[in-house]
Design a protein around this ligand. Structure first.
Ligand SMILES: C[S@@+](CC[C@H](N)C(=O)[O-])C[C@H]1O[C@@H](n2cnc3c(N)ncnc32)[C@H](O)[C@@H]1O
Length: 303
């Protein structure tokens, strides 16, 4: 008589597949943005995808790191962040005790760096949870006497008197301007004669249709044409225009975003929901189309 063995019971694969599909839907549902085709700045930064992504990858510092040309590794990220802040500080050419405006401070890390270098910083931002976060971080660093943060839109700086600042900077915020000329006029009015304006910004003007989608979905529709910064700043009255192209020096971080986001992005494209993951889309598309954009440091002076 044949030996009768009890068939081994295998955990049905369909249960595992169902569980994974449910888990993926919950994660996608929780993290995805609401799909607004033209979000405001606050909607873009308020989406769960932005909040989660910036926290997870950058510890809520919302700017590029600066690396040696040709460097492959993006780590440690915090060192690269501080190097970018150091670059901006150097470009300002201000002595300790000078007063600067941080226009778009985010969670306050750039302002904290500037304060640690001895500058007195007035920081503004229009995203409420960034302001709250910046205040918390400044307190944690015991720099309340060197940095003050308040709600403020750089399109309307009427609460500040003329010639209030020795220097003004933006770290990846001017790209969000709806009216760049108006913003530059405001900066010009607030600077003392001889004061410096330094803008560290991505410049994705020469680009593909997909990158245009990325700009619209992250409320950056007004990045300037190549050459636009010089024309615009001179039109407002600034002099001594200088531009440093830092594109090669920010590549390691974008390569990291591109590699990490590549597979999820392809999945989101298959599902037709890539627009709801704007930061994943931005990371991958910017990396795939590297060379269609630049990362620049612009410096001008008020005569
Ligand atoms: C990419 S984040 C950079 C934050 C910070 N500079 C940093 O490097 O971590 C851009 C910031 O600009 C702020 N912002 C955008 N438009 C603004 C405006 N019109 N006035 C003031 N801040 C603005 C956003 O709320 C956001 O905090």
């Amino acid at each position: 008589m044949a030996n009768q063995t009890t068939p081994q019971r295998r955990f049905p694969l369909r249960y595992i597949a169902t569980f994974l599909a449910l888990l993926a839907s919950v994660i996608i549902g929780l993290v995805a943005s609401n799909g607004n085709a033209s979000p405001s700045v606050q909607e873009y930064y308020g989406s769960s995808e932005s909040r989660f992504g910036y926290w997870l990858l950058l510890g809520n510092t919302r700017h590029c790191g600066l690396y040696r040309k040709g460097q492959l590794s993006p780590f440690p990220i915090s060192t690269a962040h501080r190097a970018m802040e150091q670059k901006l500080y150097t470009r300002l050419e201000l002595s300790p005790g000078s007063k600067v405006l941080d226009a778009g401070a985010g969670s306050g890390y750039v302002a904290i760096y500037m304060a640690q270098k001895g500058l007195n910083v007035q920081a503004i931002d229009i995203t409420p949870h960034h302001i709250a976060d910046a205040r918390k971080n400044i307190k944690k660093h015991k720099l309340e006497d060197k940095v003050s943060v308040e709600y403020g839109d750089y399109h309307d700086l009427s609460s500040f008197p003329d010639e209030s600042f020795d220097g003004i900077y933006t770290m990846e915020t001017f790209v969000h301007a709806d009216d760049p000329v108006k913003v530059l006029r405001n900066f010009y009015r607030l600077l003392k004669p001889g004061g410096a304006l330094v803008l560290h910004e991505a410049d994705f003007s020469r680009n593909t249709g997909t990158l245009q989608d990325v700009l619209r979905l992250s409320h950056c529709q007004n990045t300037l044409e190549e050459g636009g910064y010089q024309e615009l700043t001179e039109k407002v009255g600034f002099k001594d225009f200088s531009l440093e192209d830092l594109t090669d020096e920010v590549l390691p971080m974008w390569r990291l975003f591109g590699v990490l986001g590549y597979l999820p992005y392809q999945l989101f494209r298959i599902l037709g929901i890539q627009d709801r993951f704007i930061n994943v889309m931005a990371g991958v598309e910017a990396w795939l189309n590297w060379g269609d954009g630049r990362y620049i440091s612009v410096r001008v002076l008020k005569p």
